[in-house]
Design a protein around this ligand. Structure first.
Ligand code: NAD
Ligand code: UDP
Ligand code: UDP
Length: 331
């Protein structure tokens, strides 16, 4: 299990804005920041997040919830911003692709404007998708990527790339303290059961005895990071000095084929589900693994939870959801 107490954290309490705070990663981040005594303002429009995710935090007097769309300006007094607002699963970000780009681009401009006015440090939840379908493997931060600018994934990939551009231009032009983390596939409790991502799909299918849907032949690879490991990296990135801007890759370098993941989930759930092979979506990256040398050197960070340990916790979470009948919730 990840030892979150061993990280730098915030020694003096701060007022921190988390956009997308009611989502999968955002809710874990809010919880972590509150546990360190900070005041947390969670801002979300509930497009894919839910109040359910942050329900346990509502009783904490240091926690405040704002229903707000990051594409609109907002005026707050804060010390730090974690900008996570953006749908992350392909079916969600492709549902309204124009809004997805606006969320990344207008959202970044508003949050950077807010950071500029308040002098807040600002973290951007960027993504391995900035590398597209990479021609360099594993992916190092110096790689510029191989991205289709006009495909179905472009609203997400190019929106996030443009957000990175804005972060670095605000840094150069207005001297903002920016921190850019490139997140690789992350999973864990509070992922939405119907968001179509591979880990949630496979576990839900295995637990309900439905066929496991492999897209393509299942030879494409991903490297899966457990959520609490990732949150630990977020906090470490924010705690770096003024000269550290990133971008820095954060993810688990253990790489698996999608077929291997399916087999592991079947084995761990004891499921009788069979594998079925569907069409591969367009522009689906064939391989992905982070080079985390920079994170190790600059943040003294590397993931501690292996796939089996993380899947065990995630399977238990989805099993609980199924037993409570809560899987149909709108997020
Ligand atoms: P998520 O969908 O659970 O969380 C995103 C949150 O942003 C949701 O609560 C959603 O309601 C909110 N949101 C969306 N549009 C908004 C808007 N216009 N205004 C305000 N709130 C808005 O996804 P997640 O996995 O928790 O991802 C969080 C962040 O991390 C995203 O920026 C995502 O791009 C990034 N990321 C995640 C992964 C991953 O594997 N989970 C990988 C790379 C990057
Ligand atoms: N902004 C915001 N909150 C603030 C300050 C700015 O939401 O506290 C938004 C506002 O919409 C603005 C954008 O951030 O347009 C960019 O701000 P910046 O100061 O860079 O540019 P300008 O105000 O000149 O557009
Ligand atoms: N995938 C799959 N079956 C599913 C869902 C996804 O085979 O039911 C594949 C998908 O084609 C991709 C990989 O799993 O190659 C990871 O998909 P996900 O949507 O989780 O993340 P991303 O493609 O954004 O990395």
């Amino acid at each position: 299990m990840n030892d979150s107490t061993s990280t730098p954290g915030n020694l003096s309490p701060k007022r921190i804005l988390v956009t997308g705070g009611a989502g999968f990663l955002g809710s874990h981040l809010c919880e972590r920041l509150l546990s360190e005594g900070n005041e947390v303002i969670c801002m979300d429009n509930y497009f894919t997040g839910s109040k359910q995710n942050i329900l346990p935090l509502m009783e904490n007097s240091n926690f405040e919830l704002l229903r707000h769309d990051v594409t609109f300006p907002i005026y707050l007094e804060i010390d730090e911003i974690y900008n996570l607002a953006c749908p992350a699963s392909p079916i969600h970000y492709q549902h309204d692709p124009v809004q997805t780009t606006k969320t990344s681009v207008h959202g970044a401009i508003n949050m950077l404007g807010l950071a500029k006015r308040t002098g807040a440090k600002i973290f951007q939840a960027s993504t391995s998708e900035v590398y597209g379908d990479p021609k360099v493997h594993p992916q190092h931060e110096s790689y510029w990527g191989h991205v289709n600018p006009i495909g179905f994934r472009s609203c997400y990939d190019e929106g996030k790339r443009c957000a990175e551009t804005l972060f670095f231009d605000y840094h150069r032009q207005h001297n903002l303290q920016i921190k850019v983390g490139r997140i690789f596939n992350t999973y864990g409790p509070r992922m939405h059961p119907n968001d179509g991502r591979v880990v949630s799909n496979f576990i839900m299918q295995a637990l309900t005895g439905e066929p496991i849907t492999i897209y393509g032949e299942g030879n494409q690879t991903r490297s899966f990071c457990y959520c609490l490991d990732l949150i630990d990296a977020f906090v470490r990135i924010m705690a770096t000095g003024d000269d550290f801007t990133g971008p820095v890759n954060i993810g688990n370098p253990d790489e698996f084929t999608i077929r291997q993941l399916a087999e592991k989930v079947i084995e761990m759930t004891g499921s009788s589900s069979k594998l079925v092979f569907n069409d591969l979506p367009s522009d689906d990256p064939t391989q992905r693994r982070p080079d985390i040398t920079k994170a190790k050197e600059e943040l003294s960070w590397e993931p501690k939870v292996n796939l089996e340990q993380g899947l065990e916790k995630t399977i238990a979470y989805f099993d609980g959801l199924l037993k409570s009948g809560a899987t149909g919730q709108k997020v």
